[in-house]
Design a protein around this ligand. Structure first.
Ligand code: SF4
Length: 267
């Protein structure tokens, strides 16, 4: 096998793997949509005779409303699926992914639990889809104010520097990843904030009005945060938790660098 054949097959494999990581979220969202459609159908079947008896026009109006509701969810999910898989920004100008995701994601999570699928796997898949959508919409990111939100648990528990007040209180001793991330932030002109929860994260976002966010967090916090700050584009990086949740966590620097390269090449 020559070099070019090898590189094509490697990139194809990577593309397939990238598509596969998005599959759980997309699959359960489509399944949720089917269930929503089924519930709508049953409700309409039950109320239709009475509505028709009452007034055929009301019956028609209710039928059209049900169809319209399904149509909005279907088209939103269809655009999300194609955009995240193909990488072409089809969401513009609708920008409806928040509505679709807000409605379907909780149903998808419950369904995944029913099928004994790990919640975090589904959330990680959501983050992959979100990152693909953020990349596809790169043309919409106009400014260069990029905020990096880091979770407090990245700071090693024996360090008493108050980095949630000001990240520059970190003396970059090398005992945890925070110092390296602060240096990266300086090199690339990024605003770095360390937060100890969603409330502080929201406050920092509201104060800075960033054009884009690189967020490092666990699957749960990322999923909630991405939906919270919509429509600000977020590139999510899931942290590693070798000592369990919320204590002495770490992060794959190559993934953070990928996120930085994405926002910086975009200007
Ligand atoms: S790099 Fe050192 S000073 Fe900075 S937060 Fe980590 S342990 Fe504390």
């Amino acid at each position: 096998m020559n070099n070019s054949t090898l590189s094509v097959s490697v990139s194809e494999e990577t593309a397939w793997r990238a598509a596969w990581t998005k599959f759980p979220f997309l699959f359960f969202c489509w399944l949720s949509l089917l269930i929503v459609a089924g519930i709508e159908g049953v409700i309409y079947y039950l109320i239709h005779p009475r509505l028709f008896e009452l007034n055929p026009r009301v019956d028609l109006l209710v039928g059209i409303s049900f169809l319209l509701f399904f149509g909005i969810l279907f088209s939103g999910l269809f655009l999300i699926t194609v955009t995240s898989l193909v990488g072409i920004d089809l969401l513009y100008p609708h920008n409806k992914r928040s509505v679709t995701v807000k409605l379907l994601f909780p149903v998808a999570i419950s369904l995944a639990q029913l099928f004994k699928i790990d919640r975090n796997k589904l959330r990680a898949s959501f983050v992959k889809v979100n990152n693909a959508l953020t990349k596809a919409q790169s043309g919409r990111i106009k400014g260069d104010k990029i905020l990096v939100l880091l979770p407090h648990c990245l700071q090693i528990d024996i360090c008493n520097r108050k980095i949630t007040n000001d990240v520059n209180n970190c003396v970059r001793c090398g005992r945890c990843p925070v110092g390296e991330l602060v240096t990266l932030g300086e090199q690339h002109g990024l605003k770095i904030e360390v937060v100890n929860g969603g409330t502080l994260a929201r406050r920092k976002v509201a104060a800075l009005h960033p054009d884009g966010i690189i967020a490092v967090a666990c699957e749960r916090d990322l999923t909630l945060g991405i939906q919270d700050v919509h429509p600000i584009p977020v590139y999510g990086v899931i942290n590693d938790r070798p000592h369990g949740p919320c204590v002495n966590t770490c992060v794959d620097m190559s993934l953070v660098l990928d996120a930085i390269r994405f926002f910086r090449k975009n200007q």
